[in-house]
Ligand binder design. Structure first.
Ligand code: MN
Ligand code: MN
Length: 270
């Protein structure tokens, strides 16, 4: 159950309201990487989660994100306030002013309505945790950019608080994934095709105005090697048919119940 406490997670102070900046802040309210998206993504993942310990983690962070939404909403409301009475400020965004009354609306910075399509919820805990690590990185970079576009000290301090929490969350999600003790790149129940899985396909070739071919740890090393296309006189990817073998991927007792009619059960906890 949810219970609201009449206190912001972080006290918001705005020196000089800046309606244009308030509009940019809407990106973190109703945007793709905003606080509502984070709160809904983690909460819904939690409600699906069968692993009690990691469900607790998802509920903790999902609920904290809802508190962030409230803080960023308070900040936006203070910045938009001049729109209520000032004609020039109002003209900057008739949607926010005339339709929304100069308050927060569930839109991004361009006025596009929030959508559940922003959420990444697969029902597979290891996959969801990876999505969450990426979501926190996106939230961090958006706060970073916003901080770099305001001179208001109270606003900077509030955004610094919110930005920092995203890095904390990223660390928790990464540690939770690692604690599942799955081999790196182990997803689901079916092991990938041997040989093919190690082949880096050099699909962009030639030296031209778009650059040239580079060699790095992403294509030579870490078990990977470069394979050139047959149209470039290379050997091509290994396309020999390989029968999928459900149950061959290494699973964790913390994994979600595998989905499919013929999959073996996940291992039991030791
Ligand atoms: Mn947040
Ligand atoms: Mn977060």
């Amino acid at each position: 159950m949810y219970h609201h406490v009449k206190k912001l997670m972080y006290t918001v102070n705005v020196g000089t309201p800046d309606p244009a900046f308030g509009k940019m802040l809407l990106e973190q309210f109703g945007g793709a990487n905003g606080e509502l998206a984070a709160a809904m993504q983690y909460s819904i993942q939690a409600w699906n989660c069968e692993d009690a310990a990691r469900k607790d983690l998802l509920l903790d962070i999902g609920t904290e994100e809802l508190s962030h939404l409230e803080v960023v909403g308070a900040l936006i409301r203070m910045h938009l306030k001049p729109m209520k009475t000032d004609r020039a400020a109002a003209e900057a965004d008739p949607l926010v002013t005339i339709a929304g009354g100069g308050g927060v609306c569930l839109c991004n910075s361009a006025g596009t309505a929030w959508t559940a399509d922003y959420l990444k919820v697969t029902g597979d805990l290891a996959v969801d945790l990876r999505s969450n690590i990426a979501a926190e990185a996106r939230a961090k970079i958006v706060y970073d950019r916003l901080i770099n576009f305001t001179e208001d000290v109270g606003t900077q301090e509030t955004l610094q608080f919110l930005m920092t929490r995203e890095i904390t969350h990223m660390r928790s999600f990464a540690a939770a994934l690692e604690s599942m003790e799955k081999p790196a790149y182990s997803i689901g129940t079916i092991a990938p095709t041997p040989t093919l899985v190690d082949e880096y396909f050099n699909a962009s070739t030639g030296e031209g105005d778009l650059g040239k071919d580079y060699v790095g740890p992403w294509n030579e090393g870490n078990g990977l090697h470069i394979v050139n296309s047959k149209r470039e006189s290379g050997e091509g990817l290994t396309i020999k048919p390989y029968k999928p073998q459900p149950g061959t991927e290494k699973m964790s007792p913390h994994d979600s119940t595998p989905v499919g009619a013929n999959v073996p059960p996940r291992p039991k906890a030791a």
